[in-house]
Design a protein around this ligand. Structure first.
Ligand code: KIV
Length: 263
């Protein structure tokens, strides 16, 4: 059931309480992330890379996102669930952003949606907010339109542009803004300027909250992860060891043993 309390009152700017956000893409991991007590679960379109093995988030469309958002929302009992609007849901000419965002809320059971900055982002957020939909903005490195994956806002002009984009998101009614891959000083300035919380990923510690891609922080893939990712576990090794042990036990006739057999 979508949360009906306003997102701004659920996530006020509060320097003494950081917002903790993680991605999830399926039921079992969403349950664990929720049980661990994170504030926000993002059904990120990063699932293109970390779950589906695709090169670009643009390759994942609205139907796939809704499919995963449903599974995540089924698993989350407590946290706030945000569905990431995929490129085709709002950035292609003629896309009905409100209709696609409604699918995240009504069909999947999310509480809000996230949109990345692009030329027409202000109009999209305005339409979503007019329809009563809670929106999280995303500036800095925006993978749906990025040609290169590198830190943004290193020079004065691009830093100013990112700050302005964040301000537009706030003015149009976003309840928070993700800052991806920007220098700490810029993240700090944006965080001090905005009245809504900033959530950083590769943006240093001044942000009001932090987000990471779950599979990256769990070490659950063998792709190269960005340098800002801290690996909190080596899940790949855990899975490899378990599967290798199973393989050996089957090959050597040790599994199934008596305890796992009907008599
Ligand atoms: O898709 C995603 O996982 C994201 C986060 C990196 C913020 O947008």
């Amino acid at each position: 059931m979508a949360n009906t309390t306003s997102a701004r009152s659920l996530f006020p700017k509060n320097p003494s309480r950081k917002i903790v956000m993680l991605t999830a893409y399926d039921y079992p991991l969403a349950r664990l992330v929720d049980q661990a007590g994170v504030d926000i679960v993002l059904v990120g379109d990063s699932l293109a890379n970390v779950v589906l093995g695709l090169d670009s988030t643009v390759e994942v469309g609205i139907d796939i996102m809704i499919h995963h958002a449903k599974a995540v929302a089924r698993g989350v009992e407590r946290a706030y669930v945000v569905g990431d609007m995929p490129f085709d849901a709002y950035q292609v000419p003629g896309a009905d952003a409100v209709a696609h965002a409604r699918r995240f809320l009504d069909e999947a059971g999310c509480d809000a949606v996230k949109v990345e900055w692009f030329d027409d982002a202000a109009r999209v957020v305005k339409e979503l907010r007019a329809a009563g939909i809670e929106v999280m903005g995303h500036v800095g490195l925006t993978p749906q339109t990025a040609r290169e994956f590198r830190v943004r806002g290193r020079d004065a002009a691009s830093a100013r542009a990112i700050l302005e984009q964040a301000k537009v998101f706030e003015v149009e009614g976003c309840f928070s803004v993700v800052l991806e891959c920007v220098p700490e000083a810029l993240a700090d300035e944006i965080t001090r300027t905005l009245k809504v919380p900033t959530i950083g990923i590769g943006a240093g510690k001044s942000c009001d909250g932090q987000v990471l891609v779950l599979h990256d922080m769990l070490g659950l893939n063998d792709r190269k992860v960005p340098s800002f990712v801290k690996k909190y576990a080596d899940t790949s090794a855990l899975v490899l060891n378990a599967v290798r042990q199973y393989k050996e036990e089957v090959q050597n006739g040790l599994f199934p043993d008596d305890a796992h057999t009907f008599h």
